[in-house]
Ligand binder design. Structure first.
Ligand code: TXA
Ligand code: MG
Length: 316
């Protein structure tokens, strides 16, 4: 049987299928079935108060799962779907309440990946799908990452190679006016504002001892197991040299390099594509620590800086 047919069969039986999207791999189940959705939370070890994104393959389907479809949702969907943007709107009753963690809103997204779209089209239903990693770990950007995290916990992994975007979708709450970016991601604030006008951003960081203002905003998230520290360029001389790795930005030839030192491109799009894979790889090397150079505090790097902050502690 071809893998998509097999995946559809598993989903129709309430099973779990990991599949590639343009951002990261998702761990999918039928969003209408509480038994199936429960398996997602169990497989990830995810707290049940953190809602899941519902993936669909066209706009009429998206509107089935929204009880109210604001004009700005329509504008953003027309402009950016399929793509790395999740729209939070008022939910309809057609999906399991577990998907939305009992809340009244739902996050919807049409992913821009041929395998994901083919799967969704053939399944012809809504797929609840968080990133296909164990809870609090780094999102997977290859099928091997998914196997490393979830082997034995997922019924099938569809292999679509490396995810081209490499970080998760931008999540925007359209039930607020002006809309609020809950999670920066693959689509920038400027791109969204060009389509619908001014939006705001959720305040970060949340003090870790307080409940999240919005689900999924925990500070400790996306982290490797090796202690990870972030540093600004001027702090590079404070980094110990033995059995540690450094992740740097820019031209390899400009930097002194030990065996664990890695330089990523000084370009947010290409940096994003590789950062999770690098963090995962360094995490297997039994290092004492990973030191990550922070990219400039400029809008094109916002989502990457957000993920690096959540993966690391400051150097001082
Ligand atoms: O790129 C992505 O978004 C990937 C791929 C697989 O689509 N998915 C993903 O899912 O990153 P997950 O579960 O790892 O992150 C979803 C984020 C969480 O921060 C969650 O709290 C938030 O979206 N979210 C989902 N539904 C929400 C809702 N109704 N209201 C507020 N936040 C929501
Ligand atoms: Mg995730």
């Amino acid at each position: 049987m071809n893998p998509i047919d097999q995946a559809v069969q598993i989903l129709k039986q309430g099973g779990l299928v990991a599949f590639p999207t343009e951002t990261v791999y998702g761990l999918g189940a039928d969003a209408r079935r509480s038994d199936a959705v429960n398996r997602i939370f169990a497989a990830k070890g995810r707290p049940s108060n953190n809602p899941l994104i519902v993936h669909i393959h066209d706009m009429p389907k998206a509107r089935l799962y929204a009880s109210h479809w604001p004009q700005k949702a329509q504008q953003l969907a027309e402009r950016f779907w399929p793509g790395p943007l999740t729209l939070v709107v008022q939910k309809s009753d057609a999906i399991s309440p577990l998907v939305t963690a009992g809340g009244s809103t739902v996050g919807l997204r049409i992913p821009n990946h041929p395998l994901a779209l083919q799967l969704l089209r053939q399944f012809d239903g809504p797929l609840a799908a968080p990133s296909a990693n164990r809870s609090t770990r780094i999102s997977p950007t290859t099928a091997e990452h998914v196997r490393n995290d979830l082997a034995g916990r997922v019924d099938l992994i569809l292999d679509g190679g490396r995810c081209p975007v490499g970080i998760e979708s931008t999540v925007i709450d359209l039930t607020a006016d002006p809309p609020i970016i809950l999670r920066p991601g693959g689509l920038s604030k400027a791109q969204i504002e060009a389509a619908i006008g001014p939006i705001s951003e959720i305040q970060r960081p949340n003090p870790s001892n307080q409940p999240a203002a919005s689900p999924g905003q925990q500070e400790i998230h996306y982290a490797p197991t090796t202690p990870a520290f972030r540093f600004e360029s001027h702090q590079q001389n404070q980094i110990p040299q033995s059995n540690v790795a450094q992740i740097l930005i820019g031209q390899p030839s400009l930097r002194p390099h030990g065996q664990h030192h890695i330089t990523l491109p000084n370009d947010p799009t290409r940096y994003a594509r590789y950062i999770y894979a690098i963090l995962r790889e360094l995490d297997t090397r039994n290092l004492d620590a990973i030191y990550i150079q922070m990219p400039p505090d400029e809008p094109p790097w916002t989502a990457i800086r957000d993920r690096l902050r959540r993966a690391s502690r400051p150097l001082d």
